[in-house]
Design a protein. Structure first.
Length: 108
């Protein structure tokens, strides 16, 4: 059963473009991870400042294996080798979900 991990990141409005740019630069950083099914970055289009990083995994073990891997550490490094990323003052919390009901819509 697919496991959903949502990283809810509070992003001050002035840092939104920078956050989007950083995620775009590393959008494929998780692609080769065993059990990884997909990723989306959701930017709010209302007055909220909470962005959602949604990843889907085959199971909890796959997510934990990636989370504790060198691949995960590399995905969170500065885009400029040897330089620490500019601190943007973001806060985040990780939410854990499993899919109970799903619909694939009309694919015809």
């Amino acid at each position: 059963m697919t496991v959903i991990k949502i990283n809810a990141i509070t992003v001050p409005e002035e840092h939104g473009d920078e956050v989007a740019k950083r995620f775009a630069a590393r959008a494929d950083a998780v692609d080769g991870a065993s059990g990884f099914e997909g990723f989306e970055l959701l930017r709010p289009d209302d007055d909220r400042n909470q962005w959602l990083v949604i990843t889907r995994w085959v199971d909890e073990a796959s997510f934990e294996a990636w989370r504790n891997s060198d691949q995960a550490a590399h995905a969170h490094q500065s885009p400029h080798e040897g330089q620490p990323p500019k601190h943007l003052g973001l806060s985040a919390e990780l939410w854990h979900y499993t899919i109970e009901v799903s619909s694939q819509g009309n694919k015809g």
